[in-house]
Design a protein around this ligand. Structure first.
Ligand code: LLP
Length: 435
């Protein structure tokens, strides 16, 4: 997808920029983002909702990639933005993102973070638990504000995705449990807190969800709950947020719906279930993160050491790994890649792509078919745009790679490569004591 192609030199080209040249100019490892594709994803979600003629909001879940350049694009494309920490909020505000269009998530917001958000006048808090609810009411009074909130509900849904990125089960650390009446109690309390304005409910059942039925089941549960709330507490929701989690195509085995497919599934479920109970349909909010930036990102590495264990396997090591993409090590995530300087060559061998970290688990791709790979070749791993840079670390004191945005033959550096000096910027040596 996007603007990638093989150019006349047989090199991978993204956004009109030859990857071999990008590697020369910026070095590797390098995150390359196809700006057109990020914008296109935003537009597809917008168009999908516009077609339905339902009131909606799309908030980009910035945890997938929280950098100023992306916040700018999200703003220009007219989306809202969700943040989960003071750091993400600070990033969005620094990029000039309008605070009223920011929603604040998280299961353990600190008093400091809440005050920061209240002081910045953000649009909405998604309250996760009872501690937060009372803290927010107390701090809102201090700031003389009435704060719009959603309550995050755990609908008790198995989302069918990796355990670590599944959040809708009853035993989840997130949200108010529906089954044990916590959710009901939370609504009841919120309605009685004078500095809280309850807009509605939120649920997010997990990430990289490929089966739209999971959203339908969640919506059925949420609508039923809203119906109960209306009859017992006279509460009618203005908003129903069904979260994010729309899947993308990391490799051929993944079969996600299109942006429109997910939105249509959600909207038809919403229409049907609210119609059945004669309930005024609330505004529908969604929060895609991965599906906005995931496919737009490609990581470019240089091949270094190659080790063959005859009859067993062949390791091709690259100059990055779990420090710039922890997903294979953490979730056994699968990726596809090509040799960017040999993009037109035929595949000749099957190899394992290893990272450079001192961890046996630092294998980026197992059993990938590639042309004959040599020291110095460039490997492009696709679909690394979400949760790559945002989960990057300095393990083994490896500096984080830079990020370039490419569009119409031009590249722009939006995050610079970390230096060794950066790595030590916050460090001090011990004072020397006389022993
Ligand atoms: N809304 C809420 C409340 C969330 O917790 C998340 C993701 C999203 C929206 C966005 O989900 P998305 O559309 O990006 O799937 N590091 C993991 C993913 C963790 C997702 C956490 N929450 C990974 O790399 O797969």
């Amino acid at each position: 997808t996007g603007t990638s192609r093989i150019n006349s030199l047989g090199h991978l080209e993204i956004g009109g920029c030859d990857c071999v040249q990008l590697a020369e100019q910026y070095g590797t490892p390098l995150y390359i983002y196809d700006e057109w594709l990020i914008r296109e994803k935003c537009r597809r979600y917008m168009r999908a909702f516009e077609k339905t003629e339902m009131p909606f909001k799309i908030a980009y879940a910035s945890k997938a990639l929280s950098i100023k350049a992306v916040c700018q694009i999200i703003h220009e494309e007219g989306l809202h933005l969700d943040v989960v920490s003071g750091g993400e909020l600070y990033t969005a505000l620094s990029a000039g993102f309008p605070s009223k269009r920011i929603h604040f998530h998280g299961n353990n917001k600190s008093e400091e973070e809440i005050e920061f958000a209240l002081g910045s006048d953000i649009g909405c808090f998604v309250v996760d638990n009872f501690c937060e609810l009372s803290m927010l009411d107390r701090l809102a009074k201090k700031h003389r504000k009435i704060v719009p909130i959603l309550l995050r509900i755990t609908p008790g849904i198995e989302s069918g995705t990796h355990h670590y990125i599944s959040t809708g089960r009853q035993d989840s650390k997130f949200g108010f449990d529906l089954d044990t009446n916590q959710a009901y109690e939370a609504v009841n309390r919120a309605l009685n807190l004078s500095s809280i304005h309850l807009l509605g409910l939120h649920s997010h059942i997990g990430s990289q969800i490929l089966d739209a039925k999971k959203f339908e089941s969640t919506i059925a549960i949420m609508v039923k709950f809203l119906d109960t709330l209306r009859s017992s507490l006279s509460f009618t929701a203005e908003v129903l947020n069904v979260g994010g989690g729309f899947g993308i195509r990391y490799h051929v085995g993944d079969t996600p719906l299109s942006e429109e497919g997910y939105i249509q599934a959600i909207v038809s479920a919403v229409k049907e279930f609210f119609h059945n109970i004669d309930y005024p349909v609330p505004e529908i909010w969604v929060e895609p993160g991965r599906s906005i930036v995931g496919e737009a990102g490609t990581t470019l590495y240089t091949v270094g050491a190659i080790k063959e264990i005859p009859g067993i396997c062949k390791y091709v090591s690259v100059d990055g790994g779990m420090t710039d993409n922890v997903r294979p090590a953490l979730y056994q995530a699968k990726y596809e890649a090509i040799v960017a300087n040999k993009a037109a060559h035929l595949n000749e061998e099957t190899v394992d792509i290893a990272g450079k970290c001192c961890e046996s688990g630092d294998i980026l791709i197992k059993g990938i078919h590639v042309p004959k790979v040599q020291f110095g070749d460039l490997l492009a791993v696709f679909c690394t745009g979400a949760y790559g840079y945002s989960m990057a670390s300095n393990y083994n004191r490896i500096p984080r790679p830079p990020i370039v945005f490419v569009k119409e033959g031009k590249s722009t550096i939006v995050v610079e490569r970390e230096t060794y000096r950066d790595l030590l910027a916050k460090e001090h040596t011990l004072h020397k004591h006389n022993v």
